[in-house]
Every structure is written in C-alpha cells, then in structure tokens.
Design a protein around this ligand. Sequence first.
Ligand code: NAD
Length: 357
Amino acid sequence: MNKKIAVIRGDGIGPEIMNEAIKVLNKVGELFGHTFSYTDVDMGGCAIDKYGEPLPDGELKKCLESDSVLLGAVGGDKWNNVAGDKRPEKGLLKLRAGMGVYSNNRPAKIWPQLIDASPLKPSIVEKGIDFIIVRELIGGIYFGEHKTEGSTATDIMCYTKDEIERIGRIGFETARKRGKKLCSVEKSNVLDTSRMWKSVMHELSKEYPDVELTDMLVDNCAMQIVKNPAQFDVIVTENMFGDILSDEASMITGSIGMIPSSSLGDSSLGLYEPIHGSAPDIAGKDIANPIGMILSAAMMLKYSFDMNTEADAIEKAVFDVLEDGYRCADIFPQSSTTCKKVGCIKMGQLIAEKLKK
Ligand code: NAD
C-alpha cells in the first residue's frame, strides 16, 4: 500500500521523537511492502517563528490532503508571551477542528516489564492493564454555555442523539478490533444527558451483536480503574468524564512517555500523537522516550490504514526491547543492576531492528 502521512514535528522533543517513529515506519514499509511518503507540516512555535501564526491554512491543507497525520508535540516557554489566539496550542485546536476529529482514543496499557513503575499494587497490575478510553472530544459541558451572574455560575451540558451516536460507533468499532467488550460510562442515575447516552448506546448495540456492551456509572468506573483495571477492554464516555478518567488511566501505567493517542472523526483520516507535551526541559539532550510516539504510529497503522499485523509487529518490537532490559531515563529503575539506559535515538534504532514480519 502507498500512504501519504502529514508529519508535524513541532517543538521541544517533538522533532527528536518523530525521527524515531519515522525510522520504525520505514522499517515496517520495508518488511511488509508498503510505501510511506511524508509531508512536513509546520505547526506550533516553529510555525509562529516562520509565519507569525501557529497553523497557517496552507499547512492545515497539507494535513487534510494526507491519509493521516502524525504529531510530535507543540509549545514551549519561548512562546508563552505570544497573544492568546496565536499561541502554539491554538494550532492544535485549529487542526482538530479542521480535521473534524471528535473522538479521542487513549490506551492504558501496562508493559509487564514496567510493573514497578505503576503506583498500583503488583497484585492488581499483574492481572494486566490493557484498555482504551474513547472520549467524546467536541461536545458536552466543555462546549456548553458558561456564565456567571452575581454569585451564581452555570455551565450547560448538552448532547444531541447524533453526537452520542457518532462517538458510540467509534467505541463499538474500536471494541470490534480489540477484545469485543465495550463499557459505556455515564451518570444515568442523575443526568438526562447520561440517560440519553445510555439509551443510544443500547440502540446502537443492536448493530454490533459481536460486541458485549455493559453500562457503568462514572463514579464506580473511577473506582474500578484502580481496583480491577483488567476488566476493561474499551470504555466509551462523554467529554468531561473521559478527560478525568483518561488521566487516571494513564497514571496507573507508569510513565507519560509511553502512552500514545489517536483522534478520529468520520473518515479514516486520523491524528496520532503521544499524550505528553514538548518537554522543553529535556529537549535536544537525546534523553526523551520515543515509545509513546512510536506507539502512536502503530495506532495510525491499525486505525487509519487497517494494518493490524504491522501495528502488532511494532508493539511486539517494543515488548522485546523492554524485555532485553533497555530503558530510557524516564522508565529506568534506579535500583536496577540489569537494565541498560539508552537515549532517544538508540531506543528508536533498537525497536526498528527488532521488528519482524
Ligand atoms: P510535558 O508533557 O511536556 O512534560 C511533563 C514532564 O514529563 C516533564 O518533566 C518532561 O520532561 C516529561 N516528559 C514528557 N514527555 C516525555 C518523554 N517522551 N520522555 C521522557 N520524559 C518526558 O508537559 P509540560 O511540561 O506541562 O508542557 C511543556 C509544553 O508542552 C508546554 O508548552 C505545553 O503547553 C505543551 N503541551 C503540548 C501538548 C501537545 O502538543 N499535544 C500536550 C501537553 C502539553
């Protein structure tokens, strides 16, 4: 297959980790007979320096004309005093809106080699943590009316059936490609939006008889994620609940440098990025962990290009490199006498070399 990928290196460690993801993708191309072509897109602080704005229309157009978009990270202290509407993060919001990506998908996965890095007890972690939170991204209370009148503040949470249905479909489709279990999380004992959410999910489930649907109240879910995370395969939830639960879920897996994400809309054009920022404190030192970025590229192969085997091969290569004891600084256990500390470039190279068909 030939695929055109828009590549946004961004700022800070963005360019460093992106180089390693491209190294791994090129190896996948070689092994599996695909051609990936890359179009560089300027976004964030580097675009402000070059064009005076964080995502010029021409750069957005390059993304829309690609098969998928890979993003490193944007932002940094240098642009902190730039006016609000020109800040690097505005580029990200313009990109998401321009691409129409309403579903943010963030996996929570513990690598068996990194069990010690989790704040949970080994007895819980050892049962396995491997689930995805599918979060509605452009609706709900964050996008409702916000107002303060005297001593009263109000935020409106509003969802239409269509908005719920489109995110529900992403949840079911994601579950279908994984363990076929979908947990719909809401607060239907209190909220009307949640009662509508629940009923739309059950209506949709008739179209996905191969996926087992369960319901869970959000407060219970927050508890279950730390009590028994092994029970989850895919969680689908609204914007604010997903925001909170996905941070909780990423924390239980160890380092922020390990976690990828995808944002999807109605088409296969997706936006794939690690969950961390541009980490200016470690930029240019070859110590950033590129694994979150590399796993974002694997998600792109799976969810935008339907290349499941290739995505699995990347995950297996990451597993094998960790198994061999290689660690970047953020996941290096201080007391270890057996692990080997490696930099960003070496980690990317090791993963590319481990890839097998
Ligand atoms: P951050 O995620 O960049 O860094 C937080 C901490 O985690 C830092 O100590 C950093 O060194 C470490 N870290 C992050 N990624 C790492 C990696 N791959 N390997 C090893 N360590 C890693 O968050 P921050 O410091 O709050 O933000 C820095 C900049 O990034 C800000 O300008 C912020 O606005 C921006 N940001 C961008 C995005 C994005 O592009 N999607 C997301 C979050 C923050």
